[in-house]
Ligand binder design. Structure first.
Ligand code: NAD
Length: 345
């Protein structure tokens, strides 16, 4: 704990996810960001320095390279970890697993991301799905962007009506906007390995959920879209009842037909208009008009902003592990208020 009684959080890996998590930590009333790490100087390292985040050298990086361009270095990652109560690992896929031994050797609780295999941590985490079961764990894995989106939707439908069968087709963005080593391909690329890994991943949160997922990659960078067909165990009264359930749950943003959000470009334009950190869209986007009910058969679309949906989840994972909040809803409310998200639609 810091002298002000705040939890000291270090973020190891400062790319797409890490820089967002770092900013989110810095905004929380009960947390303090004690450092971030970079492997080499870059525009992101400069921004971290501009924001006053202590900058530590990760991986094979060398302090002299940072100092040569005027970026002050606070130390090594090992030193960053020595002054933290918890670390959020946001290194590239599979590098988190390599970092695990370092955290364990310092006895430090650690959060990993969805690019790691489930076995990297004691449990997988979704704030609306299994907050209570994750309390007090020494390590957690925040599931991937797509899995987080599906798990949130499960948390709305399963407890109310039960689920007999859930099929999701994931239409995935080909790359993140800042990526230039790969990009949107001129084609539609089916993931031929069936089911796609997302269904089994959702079951790390909801072990008994009858879910099957298929996926394809399309030439876009903005968001993923899920096409859902859910056979509920009990029929809701009407689609309006389902909409009310989504609307009353944090981290869902519903768009009405009159808002003319025709697809992901407008959903992200809304996010840019709103202008919270990085112009992100951390909520699941649901099109009201696209929620259709026939008896027990529910069909709906949702869009997922891959770069940011897991950010509030990392914050709640910190509170769950260190038992900082009364319960999941209290942590979610605290996180969302600090991030500027609406608690209800
Ligand atoms: P990224 O490549 O944008 O960022 C990773 C950062 O870690 C880079 O700055 C890199 O220089 C740094 N790094 C490299 N080696 C390191 C080391 N040994 N120690 C510390 N830092 C190191 O990757 P990302 O997209 O932010 O992904 C991070 C994790 O989040 C992955 O597990 C990924 O699967 C997951 N994730 C990504 C997305 C997404 O859409 N980008 C969404 C959800 C989850």
């Amino acid at each position: 704990m810091s002298r002000a009684g705040k939890v000291r959080v270090a973020v190891n890996g400062f790319g797409t996810i890490g820089k967002r998590v770092a900013d989110a930590v810095a905004k929380q009333p009960d947390m303090v960001l004690t450092g971030i790490s970079k492997t080499r100087p870059s525009f992101e390292a400069r921004r971290a320095a501009d924001k006053g985040y202590p900058l530590f050298v990760a991986g094979a990086g060398r302090a002299a390279e940072f100092e040569a361009v005027g970026l002050a270095v606070a130390g090594t990652v090992r030193e960053m970890l020595a002054n933290a109560d918890i670390v959020v690992d946001a290194a590239p896929d599979k590098v988190g697993s390599e970092n695990r031994g370092l955290y364990a050797s310092q006895g430090l609780p650690a959060i990993f991301q969805g690019g790691e295999a489930a076995g990297v941590a004691e449990a997988s985490f979704s704030a609306l799905g299994n907050y209570d079961a994750c309390r007090g764990k020494k390590s957690l894995r925040v599931v991937s962007c797509n899995t987080t989106g599906i798990a949130r939707a499960v948390s709305v439908l399963e407890p109310r009506w039960g689920v007999d069968d859930w099929e999701v087709t994931l239409v995935r963005r080909a790359a993140d906007p800042a990526e230039s080593k790969r990009g949107p391909v001129n084609g539609i690329m089916p993931t031929l390995h069936l089911p796609s890994h997302h269904g089994p991943d959702v079951r790390t949160i909801y072990p008994d959920l009858p879910i099957a997922t298929t996926a394809l990659v399309v030439p876009t960078t903005l968001m993923h879209v899920h096409v859902n067909h859910v056979r509920l165990r009990k029929a809701p009264q009407d689609a309006a009842e389902v909409l009310r359930a989504f609307r009353g749950t944090p981290r869902f943003r519903l768009f009405a037909p009159w808002e003319h959000v025709d697809g992901t470009p407008q959903a992200m334009e809304y996010a840019r208009d709103r202008g919270i950190g990085f112009n992100d869209m951390m909520e699941n986007v649901i099109w009201e008009e696209g929620v259709q009910l026939e008896g027990k058969d529910l069909r709906f679309f949702q869009a997922i902003h891959q770069e940011s949906i897991v950010v509030p989840e990392n914050i709640d994972a910190i509170r769950a592990m260190l038992d900082l909040a009364r319960d999941g809803p209290s942590s979610i409310a605290m996180t969302d208020s600090a991030l500027g998200l609406r608690s209800k639609n």
